[in-house]
Design a protein around this ligand. Structure first.
Ligand SMILES: [Zn+2]
Length: 286
């Protein structure tokens, strides 16, 4: 007797989600390292940045290869950054979490993909002040197509329906463009990049108009707190260190706003309706 044809056990879909997530995480490594430099993610094959050793497929297996190679390039024996397997693990756990929470559903798939895109945007915006079109163009198309798919599959979720998705994309992009324009007028310098506009189109498509505005508000609040609390004092201190008399005028550092908008969007996806309901019952209806 063999149990080869037995129905899959409870572990089956979570395991698939984890392994698939690890592969997506591996691809995300390629995206976040190449897109900020306008390089293709398809070719050339990955090489060791130190010796140029071309990495064969069996040295490129997510999580496994880094451990098997003992974190060293097989060509030059220089260490391979733990950032690579760490990102693979984070994405794998994210996909696993989506499966465990929503089951093997379209909603789990949509949450996992959106979370992966937003994570990639946080990384490139934090490291290069860039929000690549690769993330946002794919994200916008993906969200609108899956909004239609959700109707056909009768899948109810926190994501906006197709009409709200399109209205949300316009609202999100418009709101952040206006915020950036006013910020620019107030600060007399560029306050926000066009990447933030494309990011908010994606977020607005996922959340719809009302929750898109809530995300801009949350992202701005989060950004202002971090900017005034951490970035500005640190910058002042550095400027003072340069000029002993302390008169050094600190140049305002750029704020990678996407770093705050992306997690804001995830919080609003999960808790936005609760927050809006709380706000309206407390401050408007009474
Ligand atoms: Zn090498």
């Amino acid at each position: 007797m063999t149990d080869a044809f037995a129905p899959p056990g409870a572990w089956y879909f979570p395991m698939i989600a984890f392994l698939f997530g690890a592969c997506i995480g591996s691809f995300l490594n390629v995206c976040v390292s190449r897109w900020p430099h306008d390089q293709s993610v398809v070719k050339p094959r990955s090489r060791c940045p130190k010796c140029g050793h071309e990495i064969p497929w069996y040295e490129n297996i997510p999580l496994v290869s880094w451990v098997a190679l003992r974190a060293r390039c097989s060509g030059c024996k220089n260490p391979i950054s733990p950032i690579y397997p760490l990102l693979e693990l984070v994405v794998a756990l994210g996909w696993l979490g989506a499966e465990l929470h929503y089951g093997a559903t379209l909603t789990a798939f949509r949450v996992a993909v959106l979370g992966t895109i937003l994570l990639g945007i946080m990384i490139t915006d934090a490291t290069h002040y860039v929000i690549p079109d690769g993330f946002t163009v794919f994200g916008l198309i993906w969200i609108i197509l899956t909004a239609f798919a959700a109707i056909f599959l009768n899948s109810d979720s926190a994501f906006a329906g197709p009409y709200d998705a399109m209205m949300g994309a316009l609202t999100g992009a418009g709101a952040i463009a206006i915020a950036g324009w006013l910020g620019e007028a107030a600060l007399k310098r560029e306050a926000m990049g066009f990447g933030d506009v494309t990011l908010m189109a994606v977020v607005g498509a996922a959340l719809g108009p009302q929750r898109a505005l809530l995300t801009v508000f949350m992202g701005a609040a989060l950004g202002v707190v971090v900017f005034l609390g951490i970035v500005l004092p640190a910058n002042r201190m550095r400027a003072r260190a340069r000029r002993p008399d302390g008169t050094g005028v600190a140049t305002l550092p750029l704020v990678p706003f996407g770093v705050f908008l992306a997690p804001g969007a995830i919080i609003v996806l999960f808790y936005g309706d609760t927050l809006i309901h709380w706000y309206f019952t407390r401050f408007i209806a009474s």
